[in-house]
Design a protein around this ligand. Structure first.
Ligand SMILES: Cc1cc2nc3c(=O)[nH]c(=O)nc-3n(C[C@H](O)[C@H](O)[C@H](O)COP(=O)(O)OP(=O)(O)OC[C@H]3O[C@@H](n4cnc5c(N)ncnc54)[C@H](O)[C@@H]3O)c2cc1C
Length: 398
């Protein structure tokens, strides 16, 4: 299948953004729901694999868009970008939802009675028009249009009656933008777990209309009865991170959760050396691993230029490598962009104590963007959206 490709570099992300900006207003608002297929020009930005890894940031995207369009004209696009921020903030305050997903997924992997049906769904051999094509498109390109993700998840859950966690896992293993918060919470939303009782039902008419008639699947479920689960724990408050001294000589650790440290650690930081981690164990699929490995090389070249210090790519994020690198750089501090809920955070949490035993502090530094927006993700997106103009103003974007 020919189709969308995602060359792994920041230069590509910036060019893609520049090409997209003129259409980010009314054109996006009108046409964003149409999935014309991977061989057709797209009206969406195709930026998600880059912004997911923060090769380009939400701030940068919105700065370019709002320099060209007023907020009222680009409101739809701005809201979509803020969905990512919202989901991350929501998950950050309820990490138990990620832990629950992992437990359920592992339970279903081991014990779901119809493994053949899972294999058919993943291979695109269910006989359901559209669904089979999206399964193949996902595996081949590492991307699906948002509407196709919604239809696919809905058919997986309500027509095929397969466990939602295994569908979410299939996405995590193949999407180049595979993301703990956006993926888990979007699947939960389709299933009626996220907005409790409210599901998303894919219909033949809607699919036919928004695929320009490419697909009109037969035999889809006519109703979507919400799945149920024990109540989710109340939201934690986001604790402020301890203050740190930027002037302390430091080793910079970059992970695939935030690959634009230049916009956090300005030139007043005393960075003596940079490590860019592309650890395959912290990623789910081969496509994502290849994507991140090349992004890491791109990142390390930028680090050399921006921080004027040696930079290396490492493929295991382990304590020995960090201690040796800190010793080689002659520093006792490791600074790293704050990683949200997910495998990187879990790995960093296990490293902090053995590092401390060696007298090395691991300092996680949060972006102003996350500090500003995340606390407002306690409730639904509507309440978050209400705060949007103020938060964009505080960020200097309008
Ligand atoms: C079941 C399901 C699973 C999903 N899994 C993921 C995932 O693992 N990773 C991921 O990044 N996105 C996920 N999404 C959200 C969304 O589909 C993608 O971010 C979007 O398709 C990206 O394409 P784009 O960059 O061309 O989007 P555009 O329409 O151009 O949007 C611009 C940016 O806004 C953000 N955005 C747009 N729509 C959404 C959305 N619904 N939720 C969150 N952010 C959004 C993305 O950062 C995107 O790059 C999922 C959605 C569904 C329904």
């Amino acid at each position: 299948m020919a189709g969308f490709t995602f060359p792994p570099s920041r230069a590509e992300a910036l060019q893609r953004l520049a090409r997209f900006v003129p259409a980010a207003g009314r054109i996006y608002e009108r046409e964003r729901n149409t999935d014309a297929g991977p061989e057709q020009p797209s009206r969406v930005s195709l930026l998600s694999p880059y912004v997911r890894h923060r090769v380009i940031t939400e701030y940068e995207i919105l700065a370019e868009v709002l320099a060209d369009h007023s907020l009222s004209v680009a409101e739809k696009f701005v809201q979509e970008v803020l969905w990512r921020t919202y989901w991350k903030g929501w998950m950050e305050m309820r990490p138990s939802v990620w832990a629950r997903f992992l437990q359920e997924r592992d339970r279903h992997r081991d014990s779901f009675h119809d493994q053949r049906a899972i294999a058919d769904a993943e291979n695109g051999s269910t006989g359901i028009e559209g669904f089979d094509d999206w399964a193949k498109e996902l595996v081949e390109t590492g991307y699906l249009h948002n509407h196709a993700r919604m239809w696919f998840a809905s058919i997986w859950i309500f027509t095929l009656r397969l466990p939602w966690t295994l569908g979410a896992d299939f996405f995590l293993r193949h999407l180049l933008d595979a993301d703990v918060a956006s993926n888990t919470l979007s699947w939960r939303w389709v299933a009626g777990l996220q907005t409790v009782g409210k599901t998303y039902l894919a219909t033949t008419d809607n699919i036919s209309r928004y695929t320009n008639g490419r697909f009109a699947p037969k035999g889809l479920a006519h109703e979507a009865i919400a799945l149920t689960e024990p109540a989710v724990e109340p939201a934690n408050n986001l604790a402020p991170l301890p203050p740190h001294d930027p002037l302390q000589p430091a080793l910079l650790l970059v992970t695939h959760d935030d690959m634009h440290p230049e916009s956090i650690f300005k030139r007043d930081y005393d960075v003596r050396s940079t490590l860019v981690a592309a650890d395959p164990d912290l990623l789910c699929g081969d496509g994502g691993r290849r994507f991140v490995t090349t992004l890491a090389k791109d990142m390390s070249a930028r680090a050399l230029e921006h921080f004027d210090c040696p930079a290396h790519v490492i493929n295991t994020l382990d304590v020995e490598t960090l201690i040796t690198s800190a010793n080689d750089a002659g520093v006792r501090h490791i600074i790293t962009p704050y990683a949200p809920v997910g495998p990187v955070t879990e790995a960093l949490a296990t490293l902090a104590r053995p590092l401390a035993k060696e007298g090395i502090t691991l300092v996680r530094v949060q972006r102003e963007w996350d500090r500003r927006f995340w606390p407002h993700a306690k409730k639904g997106f509507f309440a978050f959206k209400e705060r949007m103009p103020d938060l964009l103003r505080e960020s200097g974007l309008i």
